[in-house]
Ligand binder design. Structure first.
Ligand code: S3P
Length: 425
């Protein structure tokens, strides 16, 4: 894929539905009694993987574009899959499903693509084993494929060493099948979509500070869910509009859950002109239209408790740092190394290729902004967020940007390049 800089971005855009919320709507819909109707479902490859896993376990899912109906059978209604479950590139699918599978009355295995087979799964195997689940890594390397022999589970109070919504959600979902109340305490609160949506379906979920807890065996009832636009997808257009002089973009109906809005807070601290136009709610999730105007940006330090609220946006924030005046420092973000690619290594390597002065650190990077940037050939490592970040960088570069394996954007944003093209005219 080739991306070239163009004129200002102008107009309105509705970005696709939130990836995290779309996954959960299928999972919790499958575990609920009766039909769940989802609108604005994200049809990216990751969420389609979740649908196909549940179909393999006997759940009828009717999908018509972004409208989906899930015919749930209750928390004990899944049937044993005949084949290994395949999660593609989706960490959310493997980790959340493992919590569900651990409590079933059947055995199963789950795996994914080559990226998934390198991502750490001990972080879920450890708490699930404490719950007396029978889960193991087939090659004993702590990664997928995972083999899970379902059984009834023991409740735990888990102190997670990482702020990870996937770990938290995995344990809470296993808690549906436990003998008492299960709780998870994180070092810093991660995205809370599971807590909000499980409660919406009727589960008894409580949160206090950095702890979330769930009561076992709740009656879950099918719901109507309208998925808000994905702030992680909106992020690329927010960044692009800030960077390209003369831009003004209205992003419609974007999720602004405070556990996800760190990008907006950091962009404002950098001097970004960002306003909420029409704040409302979609179910339990806050959302708004976001108006972005081009702005001159200053470097910032991004660290501490804000990190989990913008973890997926750090690649595009690094691009903003490269274009801002002064130094941008990213710290406390070692989790970047275990995403779809090692995002510290892949971002620094590619930022250097476009002429940026950047140094990788153990838990982030240091970016000297304001240098003249030029197009280059970018090795995306098939990581959707790397591809979209450098498509945005292209708008601030001389010359053209070549994105190798640029079609990996389909993981979370089918139509991304078309939307960028349309707004840039
Ligand atoms: C997600 C949680 C985050 C995020 C991922 C989606 C989720 O991962 O990076 O894209 O839907 O729960 P971690 O839990 O590993 O931080």
């Amino acid at each position: 894929m080739i991306v070239r800089s163009k004129g200002p971005l102008r107009g309105e855009l509705t970005v696709p539905g939130d990836k995290s919320i779309s996954h959960r709507s299928i999972m919790f819909g499958a575990l609920a009694d009766g039909m769940t109707e989802v609108t604005n479902f994200l049809t990216g490859a990751d969420c389609l993987s979740t649908i196909s896993c549940f179909r393999q376990m006997g759940i009828e899912v009717q999908q018509n574009g972004s409208s989906v109906k899930v015919f749930g059978k209750g928390i004990h209604g899944l049937k044993a899959p005949e084949q290994i479950l395949y999660a593609g590139n989706s960490g959310t699918t493997v980790r959340l499903m493992s919590g569900i599978l651990a409590g079933q009355a059947f055995s199963s295995s789950i795996t994914g693509d080559t990226s998934i087979q390198k991502r750490p799964m001990k972080r879920i195997m450890t708490p699930l084993s404490m719950m007396q689940a029978d889960i193991s890594s087939v090659y004993e390397n702590g990664c997928a494929p995972l083999s899970i022999h379902g059984k009834s589970l023991k409740a735990i109070d888990y102190k997670s060493p990482v702020a990870s919504a996937q770990v938290k959600s995995c344990v809470l979902l296993a808690g549906l099948y436990a003998d008492d109340i299960t709780s998870v305490t994180e070092p810093v609160v991660s995205r809370n979509h599971s807590e909000l949506m499980l409660r919406y379906f009727g589960a008894d979920v409580n949160t206090k500070g950095t702890t979330a807890s769930i009561c076992p065996d709740p009656p879950l009832t099918g719901q109507k869910i309208c998925v808000p636009g994905d702030i992680s997808s909106a992020a690329y257009f927010i960044a692009a509009a800030l960077l390209v002089p003369g831009s003004e973009v209205l992003l419609k109906n974007v999720g602004i859950n405070p556990t996800r809005d760190g990008l907006l807070r950091v962009c404002r601290a950098m001097g970004g002109d960002i306003t909420y136009v029409n704040e409302n709610h979609s179910g339990a999730e806050p959302c708004a239209d976001i108006l972005v105007r081009s702005s001159s940006l200053q470097g910032v330090v991004i660290e501490g408790d804000i990190i989990p609220t913008l973890i997926d946006e750090l690649p595009v924030l690094a691009v903003l740092g490269a274009c801002a005046d002064g130094t941008t420092v990213i710290r406390d973000a070692a989790e970047l190394k275990v995403k779809e690619s090692d995002r510290i290594a892949v971002m620094t390597e590619n930022l250097k290729r476009i002429g940026c002065d950047v140094t990788a650190t153990d838990d982030g990077m240091i970016i000297q902004g304001g240098k003249a940037l030029h197009g280059a050939s970018i090795d995306t490592k098939k990581d959707h967020r790397i591809a979209m970040s450098f498509a945005v960088a292209a708008l601030a570069c001389d010359g053209e940007m070549e994105l190798l394996d640029g079609d990996c954007v389909n993981i979370s944003y089918p139509g991304f390049y078309q939307d960028l093209e349309r707004l840039s005219r």
